[in-house]
Design a binder for this molecule. Structure first.
Ligand code: MRU
Length: 385
């Protein structure tokens, strides 16, 4: 079975799969403008740290590429200063779509740096424009190869860990949170890549995944990916992690990351911290799997990671695609939302991410290697970034 995709480009047209409608409806949305990309990211039509960085880079590249071939030439290409005046607010706008995943800021900062470098080097506007197109595309050239590398490194590490604990290193049961598969990346996935690798090498017993309320990335997206890949799996409700650990042999928890601080503190989907606390209580290794680009060496600890709070209403509804799919009066496919609270609650706490302290993390895996804590109890991430 082929894996799912979040972004596709055909005839120079960017399209994203509307992840709000999955799993029952596959709707491809055209992305033509920076504002459409901003909106798609903010409203979670596309999500997952690498995927949102990729969409930002590609849309920006598309915007500049179209301007370079437009007739008449847009005014903002009249001088490098005019280009800067045009581009800077667009990058600022894209950056504000979601704050926690480092990838979005990294993409907009790369583009701003590329622009300034071109100006400082005295390049003409068209040359700077070409540099911007290349830089925007490069953000999305995140290759499947790096995800496969971290899946293999993390999978082998977990298998060895299980052997040292007296097991066979096979039949491994692994819990994951949220969705970190091909819908969140360019393919194969990060934590879900580790699970896929174990499955491909005959070392997986079963994958377990939380529903991941309130957006249900687990029950809608991870469920779909695991089903598509025919990986044996069991869904649990978020509140069942403790019960799972009490009643089933779970050999590891593998999660992705939106941002990893220099000390190893990791921001990831809300609920990740809960599973880390419970994993520590049960002596289960807790593994963070993420590309090097998710490590933010500018941030010393998780205390400096900005945490996105989603609109309160999103915690008051259960969302999902209508089944069977239906259309509204304008012919748009609809998303079902069922209110599960009384109207007008005034106290709703709805952070989209939490920070798992490095203390609770057993290993951090990137495409370059696996970091574990030293005898001082601290991570040294330098060998894996
Ligand atoms: O709010 P989301 O769905 O964008 O959150 C996604 C996550 O938290 C993922 O675990 C993370 O981005 C890593 S995706 C490889």
């Amino acid at each position: 079975m082929s894996a799912l995709a979040s972004i596709r480009i055909s005839d120079n047209q960017i399209e994203i799969v509307n992840q709000l409608l999955l799993p029952h409806t596959t709707e491809w949305l055209k992305i033509d403008t920076i504002d459409q990309a901003h909106n798609a990211i903010k409203t979670m039509k596309i999500r997952g740290a690498p995927a949102i960085g990729s969409l930002a880079g590609l849309t920006f590249a598309q915007h500049i590429a179209r301007a370079l071939t437009a007739d008449p030439t847009p005014d903002f290409l009249s001088s490098p200063e005019a280009l800067k005046g045009h581009v800077t607010p667009l990058l600022d706008h894209l950056f504000t779509a979601r704050p926690t995943a480092v990838n979005l800021g990294a993409a907009t900062r790369l583009l701003a740096r590329t622009l300034q470098a071109g100006i400082d080097a005295g390049k003409d506007t068209r040359a700077i424009g070409a540099d911007l197109v290349a830089a925007g595309k490069s953000v999305a050239e995140e290759d499947v190869g790096r995800n496969k590398a971290m899946g293999r490194l993390g999978g082998e590490w977990l298998s060895e860990f299980a052997k040292k604990a007296g097991g066979s290193g096979e039949g491994l049961n692994v819990l994951t949170v949220c969705n970190t598969g091909s819908l969140a990346t360019s393919g194969y996935g990060t934590a879900l890549g580790l699970i896929t690798y174990l499955h491909e090498t005959g070392k997986l017993g079963r994958a377990y995944y939380t529903q991941t309320a309130p957006y249900h990335q687990g029950s809608r997206l991870t469920a779909l990916e695991l089903k598509t890949l025919q990986i044996p799996s069991t869904m649990i409700v978020d509140t069942m992690v403790g019960s799972l650990f009490q009643h089933f042999p779970i050999h590891g928890v593998a999660v992705g990351a939106d941002r990893i601080a220099r000390n190893g503190d990791t921001a990831n989907k809300i609920g990740t911290y809960n599973s880390a606390v419970l994993a520590a209580r049960h002596g289960i290794p807790f593994i963070v799997v993420a590309p090097i680009t998710t490590v933010d060496l500018d941030i010393e600890s998780g205390a400096s990671i900005p945490i996105e709070h989603r609109p309160p209403i999103e915690a008051c509804i259960v969302r999902g695609a209508l089944y069977p799919p239906s259309r509204d009066a304008q012919g748009n496919k609809e998303q079902a939302a069922v209110m599960i609270t009384p109207e007008g609650l005034d106290g709703i706490y709805n952070p989209s991410f939490d920070v798992t302290p490095a203390e609770l993390i057993t290993a951090i895996v990137t495409e370059k290697g696996v970091a574990v804590k030293g005898i001082d109890g601290k991570f040294d991430l330098s060998p894996i970034v």
